[in-house]
Design a protein around this ligand. Structure first.
Ligand code: PSU
Ligand code: MN
Length: 306
């Protein structure tokens, strides 16, 4: 059963109508735009991802917070604003009430976006990389709110895995604990975002959007509440050179430690460091991955709407 949309959330008419008509809709997050990509590239990517989804016959619903109001289905002006305004915060689910009460602009993380998308009746969501368990979490308890939120949000989420800035093994263990199905898209290996193989296996494999949609339908038929994660690897010939990747990652982790960066600033700090240290090469991989996920998400959305 679809819960009613909360009164404090704005759902664009085009999204409301598409959902009511049973037409395919794909949710897209905005933290990748506000805190994951450099300006002005972020705006180009935000608009291009939407155009690509539309061309695939799917209604794009980029989600973010404008003036405190969570919006499902930002318009071009909203996206432009979030990609260029001065004080845009990063909002996970727990930040939504503060943003709302204080009228803040915010990019929404996977956790917040998934929750808003589900409450709007959207069944598929594409992102770049997921949040997960940070290295050193045994001491810091730093685990992204993405994981517990995905455990209770029955959506299908396409990502390229988690970046190796995180503890990937621990992240996969937590997904198991939380009852979150993980599907490798045409692979048996969990992807590491910049690289196609993180070094860890996935528990199940699908060969097509239709097979991924079948798992989501089965989840619904069983009355289970967790998101189905579709892990879509970057092509091996488009990945970041694994040797460069390992070296830059080690430098980034040392820099974060030296700068005393903690908490929700950690992910943006590390991503920015890696981007600068690879001379923009990681950015190209990032974009290839993100567009690939938008394409696959659109395909799954069409399967689920069929
Ligand atoms: N991983 C990336 N790029 C990103 C993020 C994660 O490779 O932009 C963003 C996503 O929005 C994700 C959030 O939901 O960071 C996780 O942040 P935290 O660890 O603070 O929950
Ligand atoms: Mn955190």
């Amino acid at each position: 059963m679809q819960p009613a949309p909360p009164p404090g959330v704005r759902i664009a008419d085009r999204i409301r109508e598409a959902v009511a008509d049973g037409r395919p809709v794909l949710a897209l997050e905005s933290t990748i735009l506000t805190h994951g990509l450099p300006r002005p590239r972020n705006l180009e990517v935000g608009l291009e991802a939407e155009a690509m989804v539309r061309e695939a016959g799917v209604e794009p619903a980029t989600i973010g917070v404008v003036g405190g109001v969570p919006v499902v289905g930002l318009d071009d002006g909203d996206i432009r604003h979030l990609c260029s305004a001065d004080a845009v915060v990063k909002a996970s689910t727990r930040d939504l009430p503060v943003a709302r009460a204080q009228g803040l602009d915010a990019g929404t993380t996977v956790a917040a976006t998934a929750w808003l998308a589900h409450r709007a009746g959207i069944r598929v969501f594409s992102t770049g990389g997921l949040g997960g368990v940070h290295r050193g979490a045994a001491e810091t308890f730093d685990e992204s709110a993405d994981l517990p939120m995905l455990a209770v949000t029955p959506i299908t989420l396409v990502s390229a895995g988690v970046k190796s800035i995180l503890d990937i093994g621990a992240t996969l263990e937590r997904m198991e604990t939380l009852g979150i199905p993980v599907l490798g898209y045409r692979t048996e290996r969990y992807p590491g975002f910049y690289v196609s193989d993180s070094g860890f296996p996935v528990p199940a494999r699908v060969e097509s959007a239709a097979e991924a949609a079948a798992v989501a339908r089965a989840r619904d038929a069983l009355g289970l509440d967790a998101a189905v994660l579709v892990a879509n690897p970057v092509a091996a010939d488009a990945q970041l050179d694994p040797v460069v990747h390992d070296r830059v990652l080690a430098e980034a982790l040392r820099a974060a430690d030296a700068a005393g960066v903690t908490g929700h600033d950690t992910t943006p700090f590390l991503l920015d460091f890696v981007q600068r240290a690879t001379g923009g090469r990681s950015l190209e991989v990032n974009l290839a991955v993100y567009f690939g996920n938008a394409r696959l998400g659109a395909e799954i959305a069409r399967e689920l709407a069929a």
